[in-house]
Each structure stands twice: as C-alpha cells, then as structure tokens.
Design a protein around this ligand. Structure first.
Ligand SMILES: [Zn+2]
Length: 263
C-alpha cells in the first residue's frame, strides 16, 4: 500500500467517525482467527481490537437472517449495525472470536461445510493457505447456544459453479440434513464456497427454499439488492486500523474503485 493510500484511508476513517451518523450495514467476512498472517487470517489480538472499536462507536450486531428479513421487507436498518460472518467454521473462531464477541454482546453467523465438520480444511491444501482444524458438532452446538447462528457453506466445499443442477441440489440437501440431524437446526442461508455462483446455482437455491446467499464480492447492500448476491466486506481488506475504520464507515469502496482504475 502506497503512502498516498495510507493517507487517504486515515482521512476517510476519521471522516467517517466524525461525520457519518449511520451507514449501510456492512456484512463482514472472517475466516480463521490465527497468527499465521495469511490473507484470510486475522490474529486474535487484532480481532479483539476490531470488536472493541465496534463497541466504542456504538455499533450493534445483527444476525444475517434478521438483516436479510429486513432487507427483503424493505425495512431499513437504521443506526450503527454490522453483520458478522465466519466462513468454514474454524475451531479458532469458537476459541477466540465467540468469547470476545460475547463480551461485547455481539453475535454472528457461522457457515459450515458439513462434510468437513471436526476435520481439516482440505480444500486449502492447493492454495497453500494456513491449515487449522474445523469445529466439531459439539462446538457448533455450543456456538448456537450462545445466540450465534449456524448456516450452510455447502457439504463438500466444492465450487457450486462447477457442478450441474443435480449435484448442486445434493450439496444443499446433504448440508441441510447434516445440520438438522446434528444440531436440530434449520438452515436457509448459504455462503458460496470461493464466492462462486451463477444462475443455475441461484435457481437451485430458490428451489430448495433458501432465502439468500452471500458472495465474496466487496461491497455494501443498498435496498433492492438481490438476496442471493449479497456482497460482503472481507477481512483481507483490514490491512490496518485505518482500513478497518474506512470499511466500516462505508468509505473503503471509493478507494477500491480508484485503485482498480489506476491499474
Ligand atoms: Zn469457505
């Protein structure tokens, strides 16, 4: 990141804190809470700083399902709200993120790839990403009891865009069955593995009575956003405290556009 970008971020974050009374609720995406420094990791200390920041500036959290219900009913969420999501259900989320969030009265939504519960994120092997164990059903049940929500991240964590309609249907069904059997919990939301989706995937989700799905595309969701193409704000962008603040106040998007144009 250049000095100029750092300067702009600092300015935008500070501007957001002072001027903006409210912002569109960002859906924040986290994966692993560890100290590996990988692009999809946030350290426990940094995560705690981010949660403290939310609390300090009067943010409340909303479960994705409640946020989506409001969005669909065109009820506009007012005030300072953040929707916090965790993809892959890493055990370190149960260990670090959940207790920290509880301390501040926050909740979040955990997306589980059900074939890998209690195992390892094998799909990360190829990309050389940090390997860390995933929660077992006991931990997932505990997360649910603490007021968090559990939703689907498919069964196998394959890219849905690479599968045919029947295979997609099976992914959704198996994942839903596993969560219902093990947690007695109904799911109707999905996080697309790798963010990959297309019209066939969305059609299958609707057929299976899912209510919405989150991608990994950066952005906020203004009223009228398609619930099956919800954008999020990924932790990979939280490269500094200033960047986190700019993301939270909805002021990171313009900088990103500027960066893309200059490439
Ligand atoms: Zn994933």
């Amino acid at each position: 990141m250049s000095h100029f970008e750092r300067f702009v971020l600092k300015y935008l974050g500070a501007f957001g804190e002072r001027i903006k009374r409210k912002t569109l609720p960002p859906i924040l995406t986290y994966h692993s809470i560890d100290t590996s420094g990988s692009v999809v990791s946030v350290s426990p200390g940094e995560f705690a700083w981010q949660m403290r920041y939310l609390k300090e500036f009067g943010f409340e959290t909303m479960l994705l399902r409640d946020y989506l219900a409001d969005l669909s009913a065109k009820r506009f969420t007012s005030g300072r709200v953040a929707v916090i999501t965790f993809d892959d259900a890493f055990r370190n989320v149960h260990e670090h993120a959940v207790p920290t969030m509880q301390e501040f009265g926050f909740t979040g939504t955990v997306f589980v790839p059900t074939a890998h519960v209690g195992g390892n994120p094998d799909w990360r092997m190829e990309s050389g990403l940090h390997m860390s164990p995933l929660m077992g059903w006991g931990e997932l049940g505990d997360v649910l009891e603490r007021g968090f929500d559990i939703q689907s991240h498919t069964h196998s964590h394959r890219s849905l865009a690479a599968l045919n309609a029947h295979e997609i249907e099976q992914e959704l069904e198996q994942s839903r069955e596993a969560i219902l059997t093990n947690l007695k919990h109904e799911v109707d939301l999905l996080a697309y593995p790798y963010g990959d989706h297309n019209d066939t995937v969305v059609d299958q989700l609707k057929k299976a009575a899912f209510k919405g799905a989150v991608s990994v595309e950066f952005g906020l969701n203004p009223p009228g956003t398609n619930p099956f193409r919800l954008k999020r704000v990924g932790s990979a962008h939280f490269t500094s405290h200033a960047a986190f603040r700019a993301c939270l106040w909805g002021m990171y998007g313009p900088l990103l556009t500027m960066k893309r144009r200059s490439k």
